[in-house]
Design a protein around this ligand. Sequence first.
Ligand code: FES
Ligand code: FES
Length: 157
Amino acid sequence: MAVELTVNGEHRTVDALSDTPLLWVLRDDLGLTGTKYSCGIGECGACTVHLDGQPVAACQVSLSRAAGRSVTTIEGLAGDDGGPHPVQAAWVAENVPQCGFCQSGQIMTATAFLAHTPDPDDAAIDAALSGNLCRCGTYQRVRRAVRRAAATMQEAK
Ligand code: FES
Ligand code: FES
């Protein structure tokens, strides 16, 4: 079945079964492999994308649920000037990744979180990112990067 949706600002038509997980549509049909597959059961956060601005586990969203809606993946993140999003820049500055596998999901959750919580404390950061697991244990650097991004975004206002 042909399903229409917007991905990273572009109108896309995907021909796939309606119950196909959005994660497979992004990776296999659209070639957007920055979104990672890990647990496949909604428990790890590696596949986090934005659906109409809200963070969701793409492995748990069917194509039919995404129909007509706007999806943003790590490839579609950008700052207001078209350069890296402040969260991406903070991730680089804090040298967050180790193996990197969980990181696109971490960044997508962090950007959605900071969009509505501009000045979070550590407890709020930990709570917001509690669904994003990192086997390499980068949590301290993730927290620092979120704080850095929040400060940058506040300064830019
Ligand atoms: S792969 Fe989707 S939550 Fe783990
Ligand atoms: S950086 Fe390796 S799993 Fe998070």
